[in-house]
Design a protein around this ligand. Sequence first.
Ligand code: 5GP
Ligand code: MN
Length: 329
Amino acid sequence: MDYNIVRKLFESPKKIVITAHRSPDADAIGSSLSLSHVLTKVGHHCDVVIPDAFPSFLDWMSGASQIMVFDSSEQEAAAKIKEADLIFCLDYNRLDRIAAVGDLVRNATAPKILIDHHIDPATFDYMLSDTNASSTAELVFDFVSNLDWVDRIDADVAACMYAGMMTDTGSFKYPSTTAHTHRVAAELMDRGLKPTHVHQEIFDNNSFSRLQLIGYALTNKLEFNETNGVSIISLSVDEKSRFNFKKGDTEGLVNYGLSIGGARMAVFLSEEPAYTKMSLRSKGDLDVNVIAREHFNGGGHKNAAGGKLDLDISAAVNKVKDVLESLDN
Ligand code: 5GP
Ligand code: MN
């Protein structure tokens, strides 16, 4: 990212569209909203467009209610992307990660700026891609800082950034957490951030039925293979609906599997009506990004990846076990 060139893009007021990935998480939404707020404060018009809905535990973020969800406002979102002067691509590395929105972005004439921390990014006009960064939110802070806009970060903006950093680092626990991550968090506190508030909004806002779903999954659906250190949790459409499932209710469930002493890898399989979504987590050098790419039509990072199987839940569980067995041999 050559900031001397990028700076010029912002010299006159621009119509800017910020996009983030499908099944958006706190990093996708927190990065998008914080960048949108800062760009608005320096005189630009910003719209955030995402492919599908975000979980309600992010509703508290400033600007969340103005996010345009492509699935429910296709025409309006398509027009915004087409007419944009500049498009940001946040927290994803390739346009095929954002479904139909990706085709619109690809066809749009506006220059595209990528800010992301996933491995192997495609080529964009301007790129801030750092696979060692804890989160896209941390990179958005760096971007804002390099353009001398840190003074535009207020408490609301800081809370959005912090939410992305906090969740993508497992509350500052994963090895991606660096001294710089903590320095950025400290700077956000200097700008009015109340970390306790963000923790409470995200982690202390469970519905009763969500906790019951987690309890059910851990009691009845967790399998652990002591030989290869792999845990698997699977949930069918029917099981989720028994617990009044809402988007985001299984967020983080995969981490329970990884917290077993001796676990090297954890798999979570969640059945949708037409396919099964998979989450993979690992410890140390076991690279789940490679496994997701080679076997499950997906990708991600070394220790956190995901994929999609065009199978129902029981076939998906069998396929995962077959693949893991073949890897062991
Ligand atoms: P999660 O398990 O939280 O859904 O995703 C973990 C990581 O894997 C995220 O960084 C996400 O970007 C990546 N990921 C999840 N699903 C997919 C997928 O279907 N394809 C690719 N390429 N990456 C995925
Ligand atoms: Mn991220």
